[in-house]
Design a protein around this ligand. Structure first.
Ligand SMILES: NC(=O)C1=CN([C@@H]2O[C@H](COP(=O)(O)OP(=O)(O)OC[C@H]3O[C@@H](n4cnc5c(N)ncnc54)[C@H](O)[C@@H]3O)[C@@H](O)[C@H]2O)C=CC1
Ligand SMILES: O=C(O)[C@@H]1CCC=N1
Length: 271
């Protein structure tokens, strides 16, 4: 399986996360190539992971067995159309896209009826603690197994039966690191107001978040039960949590997740 050459088109945040995960799980760097419009990110990837790089998408896809489309959704039409126009033989290769929003039918309108996996990783994949949703179209079992192995190092893979579920994965895990970073940012700000130095405040907040997440993963208890273990009757936590509840935290979270889903659907219609 590791014999397949994998080309990343677009070498930004997400390509880096997936490349890091592949290297961590033992994929040979010599079988990974990334192309990007500009040089600096390529230089960094080559330095960090020893992969091959180039500035020409066509050069990358011609060498590849698997093509990972990792540009912004707004760039995808232009990139795909350019690829098939100049290298129509790539239609026989396996495609993987990481883009939000764009449905399989859109790729087929640009590339033809290709074998494609829509993936939705998240940035903690960079440290092997991500979650990746995967939806296959026209793929063989071998190809699904290959893509699963490709993304295993991101942390956890979840195969989906319905394409619409990809939008749900976006809301639950794809966009979600930003929700937690936002929350932690707010906590850090308040910690600094209380007098902690910025670096110290950041570490205290991140360590608490990691501790809570690790407990949740290792424990049989629900989030509600874990929360109640912290919340002494008549104590401090009760006051803090009540303040969140009074401000409508649950509604806020639900609204935010639905907004992400709405945007993904909007992108499917407009891009
Ligand atoms: N950032 C995230 O947390 C996640 C992003 N995604 C998806 O990943 C995709 C990429 O997002 P990011 O990596 O965050 O964006 P990014 O902006 O960091 O990376 C995109 C890269 O593509 C390059 N690029 C643009 N046009 C190009 C072209 N014609 N040929 C070659 N390279 C070109 C840019 O120079 C840039 O380096 C998006 O479609 C997004 O929906 C999916 C899951 C999570
Ligand atoms: O914000 C976005 O559109 C992408 C998809 C999920 C995370 N980042």
């Amino acid at each position: 399986m590791n014999d397949n050459v994998v080309a990343f088109i677009g070498a930004g945040n997400m390509a880096r996360c997936v490349i890091a995960a592949m290297i961590k799980s033992g994929y040979p760097a010599s079988n990974i190539i990334a192309s990007n419009r500009t040089q600096p990110k390529l230089t960094q990837l080559a330095e960090d992971y020893g992969i091959r790089t180039c500035l020409d998408n066509l050069e990358a896809v011609r060498q590849a067995d698997v093509i990972v489309l990792a540009v912004k959704p707004q760039m995808m039409a232009e990139v795909c159309q350019h690829l098939v126009e100049h290298a129509p033989e790539i239609r026989e290769k396996l495609f993987v896209t990481v883009a939000a929003g764009l449905p399989v039918s859109r790729y087929e309108s640009w590339l033809g009826e290709v074998r494609l996996v829509r993936s939705m990783p998240n940035t903690p994949s960079l440290v092997g603690l991500g979650v990746t949703g995967l939806f296959p179209s026209r793929c063989s079992n071998y190809e699904k197994a290959f893509v699963d192995a490709m993304f295993k190092g991101t942390g956890m893979t979840v195969w989906l039966e319905q394409e619409a579920e990809i939008d749900h994965v976006i809301a639950v895990t794809g966009s979600a690191p930003a929700y937690f970073f936002f929350f932690m940012q707010a906590m850090q700000q308040e910690a600094e107001t209380l007098g902690f130095a910025p670096e110290q405040a950041k570490k205290m907040v991140a360590q608490t978040a990691m501790g809570a997440a690790t407990m949740a993963l290792e424990s049989q208890h629900s989030f509600a039960e874990l929360r109640s273990q912290v919340t002494s009757k008549g104590g401090t936590t009760h006051e803090a949590v009540t303040s969140f509840a009074d401000a409508g935290l649950e509604t806020m979270v639900s609204n935010a997740m639905q907004a992400a889903i709405r945007r993904a659907r909007e992108m499917a219609e407009t891009l």
